[in-house]
Design a protein around this ligand. Structure first.
Ligand code: MN
Length: 253
């Protein structure tokens, strides 16, 4: 593994758990060992915020004691602001995470972690989203070391922009010994909404948990992490459905 700083290597780091989350701190510490890093992240937990930009109010940027920038907006806002005005220089890579909890299959559409990386990718910058398949941060240092390994492995490919979604099992570093390329699996539909009442007796709703894995076959992200392997899925943004496009062409005037 390389040691020391790589000349003029700049990495923008964001997340959706907020700038105070242990996951972003661990990632920033690992990546700062070889690159110049800038952290721009939401000022609170914005998990599940997807690719949303805040257009109905102004955004404020604060700087913490550690030099991290926090924004009262979404992960996409953070990367957008960084790339379009806050930073003096364009980063070579955008990295997001490390998220507390997996982002696999359909999760990637809702994930703010993936969204922050996607925002970089939409600006033509290679980007990687990191999530840990667990809650509680018990093996966070292992995940951060592994994230650094994956960044270093991909440095030579930065010029042809890629978007990677990485899910890291909650294991000690020595047990993270297999890293595989995967495709997204698929989930069943989400669990029902949870009905409850506020203290005044008014009905309230909590969005229910994500559905169980439906397509978790060999080659998927679900399957890989089940085996304890690190899953790396290359993503694209074009959602066009080819066969349906052909069908539409035959039925539209
Ligand atoms: Mn999150």
């Amino acid at each position: 593994m390389r040691s020391g700083k790589i000349p003029s290597m700049r990495i923008l780091i964001s997340n959706d758990d907020g700038y105070l989350a242990p996951g972003i701190n661990a990632l920033a510490e690992q990546l700062s060992s070889f690159a110049d890093i800038v952290v721009v992240a939401p000022d609170s937990n914005r998990s599940g915020s997807s690719n949303s930009l805040t257009l109905d109010r102004p955004l404020r940027v604060m700087k913490s004691d550690k030099g991290y920038y926090s924004v009262n907006g979404t992960p996409s806002d953070c990367v957008h602001i960084a790339l379009t005005g806050l930073l003096d220089e364009r980063p070579d890579l955008v990295v997001s995470g490390i998220n507390q909890g997996q982002n696999m299959g359909d999760d990637t559409l809702y994930s703010g972690t993936v969204a922050a990386a996607t925002e970089g990718f939409l600006f033509g910058i290679s980007a990687i989203a990191f999530s840990q398949v667990a809650h509680g941060w018990s093996e966070l240092d292992a995940a951060a070391r592994l994230a650094k390994d994956i960044v270093l492995r991909n440095l030579d490919a930065l010029n042809a922009p890629f978007l990677l979604n990485v899910n890291i099992p909650n294991r000690p570093y020595a047990a993270l010994n297999k890293v595989v390329a995967t495709r997204l699996g698929k989930r069943h539909e989400s669990e029902p909404v949870i009905r409850s009442a506020d203290p005044h007796g008014n009905e309230i709703f909590w969005i229910g948990p994500a559905g169980r894995a439906k397509d978790a076959g060999e080659g998927t992200d679900f399957h890989a992490t089940e085996q304890g392997w690190v899953s790396v899925t290359p993503l694209q943004i074009d959602l066009t459905h080819g066969p349906q496009l052909e069908r539409l062409r035959t039925v539209l005037p």
